[in-house]
Write a protein that binds this ligand. Structure first.
Ligand SMILES: Cc1cc2nc3c(=O)[nH]c(=O)nc-3n(C[C@H](O)[C@H](O)[C@H](O)COP(=O)(O)O)c2cc1C
Length: 201
C-alpha cells in the first residue's frame, strides 16, 4: 500500500482506476424487443456483444437485468430482436430506457412486424437482428443470454448511436432522469449480486 494511504483510500483509488478504464469505452446503444402471449416490450441495452466468429453460426451475448419487463418476455418466448439506432432515433432512448413496460405499452404507435422467432422488429431502426436463445447464465443481478442470430438487415446508412453521443445530445431533464434511474438500478443490482455471491459454494 502507498505510505500514508488508508485501506479505504486505497479501495477508492482502485475503484477510480476501474471506472476510468470502463469509461474509456463508448458502448453502442441497442433496443432489445421481445413478445409473448400478446404482450410486447423493449428496453435500451449496452450489454450486447457479438459472440461468434463463425459466419454460418452468428451469435450474440446479451445481459438483461432481472427486474425488467423485457427480460420476462425473453424468458417466456426464448427470443428477442436487437436494433441499432441512428441519431434521429434519440427519442427511442427515452421511450425504451426510462419507463417500464409494466406501466406503459412502449411499442404503441410504432410501425412493427413480427420476425420468424416471434420477436417484434421496429421499422426505422438502422439495423436489426432476430435472435433465438440457446443458453442462459444466471449472474444474480442479470441473466446473460447466448443467442443464435437467425436473420438481420442493415436498413439505413449512418453511425449507430453510442452512449457518449447520446449523453452529449440529451436534454438536461433527460440526463437527470437517467441518473435517478441508474442510482435506483445500482441499489437493486448491488443486493442481487451480494445474494448471488453468498449462495455460491
Ligand atoms: C444508456 C442505458 C443503457 C442500459 N443498458 C442496459 C443493459 O445493458 N441491460 C439492461 O437490462 N438494462 C439496461 N438499461 C436499463 C433499461 O433499458 C431500463 O431500465 C428500461 O426502462 C427497462 O424497461 P422494461 O422494464 O420495460 O424492460 C439501460 C438503460 C440506459 C438508459
Amino acid at each position: 500500500m502507498t505510505p500514508g494511504l488508508t485501506a479505504a483510500g486505497a479501495g477508492m483509488r482502485i475503484r477510480g482506476g476501474i471506472a476510468a478504464v470502463l469509461a474509456a469505452v463508448d458502448p453502442v446503444l441497442w433496443v432489445v424487443t421481445a413478445g409473448h402471449g400478446g404482450r410486447r416490450g423493449g428496453l435500451v441495452a449496452t450489454f450486447v456483444s457479438e459472440a461468434s466468429i463463425v459466419p454460418e453460426a452468428p451469435r450474440v451475448a446479451v445481459g438483461l437485468a432481472c427486474q425488467h419487463h423485457t427480460r420476462d418476455l425473453v424468458e417466456a418466448s426464448g427470443a428477442f430482436a436487437l436494433h441499432l439506432l441512428g441519431e434521429d432515433l434519440l427519442d427511442w432512448v427515452w421511450r425504451f430506457g426510462l419507463a417500464s413496460g409494466r406501466e406503459v405499452e412502449k411499442l404503441a404507435g410504432l410501425e412493427t412486424r413480427t420476425a420468424a422467432t416471434g420477436a417484434p422488429i421496429l421499422a426505422g431502426a438502422l439495423g436489426w437482428l432476430d435472435c433465438r436463445v440457446e443458453a442462459r447464465v444466471d449472474a444474480g443481478d442479470r441473466t446473460i443470454y447466448l443467442a443464435a442470430v437467425e436473420a438481420g438487415a442493415l436498413e439505413e446508412g449512418g453511425d449507430p448511436l453510442t452512449v457518449k453521443r447520446m449523453l452529449a445530445l440529451a436534454p438536461p431533464e433527460r440526463s437527470r432522469e437517467m441518473e435517478g434511474l441508474l442510482a435506483r438500478d445500482i441499489e437493486v443490482d448491488r443486493k442481487a449480486i451480494r445474494a448471488w455471491r453468498a449462495c455460491r459454494p
